[in-house]
Design a protein around this ligand. Structure first.
Ligand code: ADP
Length: 273
């Protein structure tokens, strides 16, 4: 209780209580700081596609008697508008998340439902890109949290796995129970796609960060997908990690505290790893 009054952040202990108020206090300050530079980033990022669209509109006017050029500029405008629309919808997602009370909605969530729904959302895109998605791992795992947010997080990881892979690639989504200091559900999304340079692995979770501007832009990326994933992980007292090798592929792991099933005996604390 003394820790609560001081606003000290107390890490969740194995099998112990999570100190909610202390966490919320820290979150409130952090969220405010995040919000301030988020607004600055957003204004900057919106200017690029908006600027491109208005330049292209001028170009169309000037090229009125060259139908081929008009067609080219119009196609380019379509791409920029799609990019703008995606960007705006991700900005809305992220700002909604930032406004969420971290402990606001905490229901029992079936991980099977999350994986099925997330993969379903990406199915059309996967078919177009000729990438196979497989769901593997354990069934019946549960966490406490917000099902919509968790589906968004896994959906973003699967979408990236598709986008940064070549036709014929394979994406595997799997959930496993992982017992170390604590009891976790680890959801991995693996691809055998283009991979990420080691020196940039830490930066990819930053808002608006893209590994290679040309390569990501060609895919219409906003650079917000992974920061949304990271935010959802934090809100759920979990984390997200990445392993990647250039040219070989990437594996993203979202770890969430498992929901302890009080009805069953303590049968899962002898796992050696
Ligand atoms: P974007 O909208 O650009 O995909 P993200 O935040 O989702 O933004 O990802 C940030 C960057 O991380 C991407 O631009 C991409 O370069 C890299 N990245 C993310 N996921 C993968 C992946 N599965 N394989 C290769 N690179 C990836």
């Amino acid at each position: 209780d003394a820790d609560l009054l001081l606003g000290v952040r107390v890490a969740p202990m194995s099998g112990g209580l999570v100190v909610v108020l202390a966490d919320d206090l820290t979150d409130a300050r952090r969220v405010e700081a995040i919000r301030r530079d988020f607004v600055a980033n957003v204004s900057h990022e919106l200017k690029t596609p908006i600027g491109a669209v208005s330049l292209l509109a001028e170009a169309v006017e000037e090229a009125a008697d060259d139908p081929e050029a008009v067609r080219r500029f119009a196609a380019r405008m379509g791409i920029e508008s799609t990019r703008l629309a995606d960007l705006v919808s991700q900005i809305i997602d992220l700002s909604r998340l930032q406004a969420t009370d971290p402990m606001g909605r905490a229901d029992t969530v079936e991980i099977d439902d999350v994986l099925i729904e997330a993969v379903d959302r990406c199915r059309v895109d996967a078919e177009e890109r000729e990438v196979t998605i497989t769901v593997a791992g354990e069934n019946g795992l549960q966490v406490m949290g917000d099902q919509q947010q968790l589906t968004t997080a896994i959906g973003n990881l699967v979408e990236n796995a598709l986008v940064y892979s070549d036709p014929g690639a394979r994406v595997v989504v799997a959930a496993r129970r992982q017992v170390r200091d604590d009891d976790y559900v680890a959801i991995t999304v693996s691809d055998n796609g283009i991979g990420i340079p080691t020196d940039q692995l830490e930066r990819i979770f930053e808002r608006f960060y893209r590994v290679d501007y040309a390569r990501s832009r060609a895919n219409g990326g906003s650079g917000l997908g992974l920061s949304i994933v990271k935010h959802i992980a934090a809100v759920h007292h979990g984390d997200v990690a990445v392993w990647s090798q250039l040219g070989q592929g990437s594996t993203f792991t979202l770890r969430l505290p498992a929901q302890h099933d009080h009805d069953s005996e303590q049968d899962h604390d002898q796992d050696p790893d």
